[in-house]
Design a binder for this molecule. Structure first.
Ligand code: SF4
Length: 243
């Protein structure tokens, strides 16, 4: 059995959070194989995802795949070709007051982190899409607000990926999109830029907001414009890297 399949068996059998006293529904939800070149990380599965054993299965999936569809990915093709996982992989139950799902605690995130790190190492993607605040905080400084992050992207050059789980924000170079051309700002001081074609062995990171219907953030006009910019960046990366 290959290493990713071994990891998948471990994740499916995992009960760490239950044993630690968290009221989760065990049964890790993820999808994808070792050939994936894009890896998408969400927050945690919802109840319908657990039933269907499919990430972003219901309402939030509809909105997510609208955005990815605008970037040129057919939903079935994306699910088939790429890898989808989450910061924590079991359903955390409803939040207080029953509105939306509970945000997994820091302790649960820590318990599940070794799985995420092994997934990233084994898949070693060229594009990572961080969906929602919890996934975005894997990389971006906690003080950065969603509207400072969505609509931007960064790039890790191959030399920064000796450890494939590099979430060191200071190693990341800002990506710029002008007239459908992406460039990587090698030196923000001199603004010296290299075209994307020289950068096939590193990793792009693109953040997106949480697509859950419980979140009103994506509905605001200013935020819609930021999401449209993220979609344009994703489309350009998809075309350039033939993802
Ligand atoms: S969320 Fe992660 S660590 Fe917690 S029980 Fe599920 S697979 Fe295990």
């Amino acid at each position: 059995m290959d290493k990713l399949s071994v990891l998948h068996e471990e994740m499916r059998a995992c009960r760490r959070c239950l044993t630690a006293g968290f009221d989760i529904v065990p049964g890790a939800v993820f999808r994808g194989g070792p050939g994936a070149r894009a890896l998408l990380i969400g927050q945690a599965p919802g109840v319908t995802e657990v039933e269907a054993k499919r990430p972003f299965n219901a309402g939030s999936g509809k909105r997510l795949f609208q955005w990815l569809g605008q970037a040129g990915w057919d939903e079935a093709e994306f699910r088939e070709k790429h890898y989808m996982t989450a910061v924590t992989k079991c359903y955390p139950g409803k939040g207080k007051g029953g509105k939306g799902d509970r945000v997994p605690s820091k302790a649960e995130q820590k318990l599940c982190r070794p799985f995420l790190e092994r997934e990233i190492t084994l898949v070693n993607p060229q594009l990572m899409i961080l969906v929602g605040g919890l996934a975005i905080k894997l990389l971006y400084p906690a003080k950065m607000r969603l509207n400072e992050v969505v609509g931007t992207a960064v790039y890790f050059p191959s030399e920064t990926l000796a450890n494939p789980v590099n979430f060191n924000y200071t190693d990341a170079l800002p990506v710029q999109l002008n007239n459908n051309q992406l460039s990587i700002n090698e030196n923000p001081i001199t603004n010296y830029q290299l075209p994307i074609t020289n950068h096939q062995n590193g990793r792009f990171i693109v953040p997106l907001p949480h697509p859950s219907g419980a979140s009103l953030w994506p509905n605001k006009p200013a935020n819609k414009a930021l999401i449209a910019k993220s979609v344009q960046i994703l489309e350009t990366i998809r075309i350039k890297l033939t993802l």
